[in-house]
Design a protein. Structure first.
Length: 424
């Protein structure tokens, strides 16, 4: 990743991918290491948007990276973050929520170790079975006899991401993925050891009813090894691979640190493979694809030693996925201001008079108020789906000319000032 110190030629309207990593001190660094380059964030209205963003590119895509302030995670804060994000960057078409989550092993242990969820694996929230990708595990109705009826699910992710995910899965079967190349981005970082695999001996899954013995940082040295779940172990070769699973993800408002509750969530949420607590907040504002690196088994044996490794793997997987999304199709068309046809009898001063109040409003004025300033004689509006075209036609015997303006769908004040000069 390189840092481009020059001012970015892009405006907020030119970004079409949002990379959301809620835990700033853990998930932001690997996200930035996945960028091809960083450039300065375009100007935006900080009066209503209190967030700070990282902007850059990945394989030709303009990407904005957003994170929560330290200590402010969970659905509520994720909702606050993305509510402003999607207003400041109005043309976001694809959103990925990337970070760590709690793994939920399968109810029946498979014969092949790669088919079950292990620490350091990546879970992608898309089961591909026609059922919801993410389920609110704590939203529903409590009924008699201990029954709980779930009532909340998330929107499906953007089809571009799902199409790219299908290609990635096929490439993986053919041995054509480049996960190793993405992981090298982490290894080149000067403190790369924080992303290293902690060791297979630290990947322990205890029986759901067995609780941790000792303090939080004891790494289970006092826990009974006879209470471990017997399942096929991963090998040293597997240790160097990025293993991912496609499946359902459960989202809620609380950190889960109880094996029995974890298994109950799995059964309640139709075989969920991961539990996390930010997806619902993002979904309030925009559909997203949830990608989680498994840092613990959502039980009392939870520790921090897998967190950085899991976050790095999730970021590497996300870059690999985005590299399979064609960079041309999602990009918005070029944005310009043009005097299309101007009769020689119409002076530049008359052009400036008609556009006065449109291109140079007070910064505090809304676009709705600005629209009302257009002279009623000769006002004609034509708004396409993406609000890319504004026509102002001067009539009443005067020469007819057209102004193609970008102002009404961009929030870059500096650009508005440049546009003003073009009409003077």
């Amino acid at each position: 990743m390189t840092l481009n110190n020059t001012q970015s030629p892009l405006s907020c309207a030119d970004y079409h991918i949002a990379w959301i990593c809620p835990v700033a001190n853990l998930e932001l660094l690997p996200a930035r290491l996945m960028l091809d380059d960083e450039h300065h964030t375009p100007h935006y209205n900080t009066h209503y948007d209190e967030n700070t963003y990282i902007c850059g590119t990945i394989n030709g895509h303009a990407v904005v990276v957003a994170t929560c302030p330290p200590g402010e995670t969970g659905n509520v804060n994720a909702g606050r973050l993305t509510g402003s994000l999607f207003k400041t960057f109005p043309n976001i078409r694809m959103a990925v929520l990337v970070g760590i989550g709690g793994g939920i092993p399968l109810a029946i242990t498979p014969k092949e170790s790669l088919n079950d969820v292990h620490l350091g694996d990546v879970v992608v929230g898309w089961p591909g079975d026609g059922k919801p990708a993410c389920i609110y595990h704590d939203r529903g109705r409590s009924k008699v006899d201990g029954q709980f009826e779930l009532v909340g699910t998330m929107q499906n992710p953007d089809r571009r991401l799902l199409s790219a995910l299908a290609i990635l899965e096929s490439d993986h079967e053919l041995g054509r993925t480049t996960f190793a190349r993405q992981l090298e981005r982490l290894q080149k970082y000067k403190k790369h050891t924080i992303f290293a695999h902690p060791g297979l001996e630290h990947d322990r899954l205890y029986k759901a009813a067995y609780h941790h013995v000792g303090d939080y940082e004891s790494k289970c040295v006092s826990c009974d090894p006879h209470e471990l779940v017997q399942r096929p172990p991963r090998t040293e070769h597997d240790k160097g691979q990025l293993v991912f699973h496609q499946g359902r993800i459960a989202t809620g408002n609380a950190v889960i640190q109880d094996g029995e509750q974890r298994d109950m969530i799995r059964d309640r949420c139709d075989g969920a493979l991961c539990v996390e607590m930010e997806a619902a907040g993002v979904d309030v504002n925009r559909q997203c694809l949830v990608i989680r690196g498994i840092s613990d088994y959502a039980d009392s044996h939870k520790s921090d030693i897998w967190r950085s490794h899991a976050a790095g793997n999730a970021a590497a997987f996300t870059r690999e996925l985005l590299c399979r999304v064609p960079s041309s199709s999602p990009l918005p068309p070029p944005r310009t201001i043009v005097a299309d046809t101007l009769d020689h009898t119409a002076s530049s001063s008359s052009l400036s008079g008609l556009t006065n109040g449109i291109l140079v409003p007070q910064k505090t004025e809304s676009k709705d108020k600005i629209i009302k300033k257009v002279p009623k004689s000769g006002k004609q509006w034509s708004r396409e789906e993406d609000a890319k075209l504004l026509e102002v036609v001067k009539t009443m015997g005067q020469p007819k000319w057209k102004l193609v303006a970008q102002y009404f769908h961009r929030d870059d004040w500096a650009c508005q000032q440049r546009h003003k000069k073009l009409t003077q």
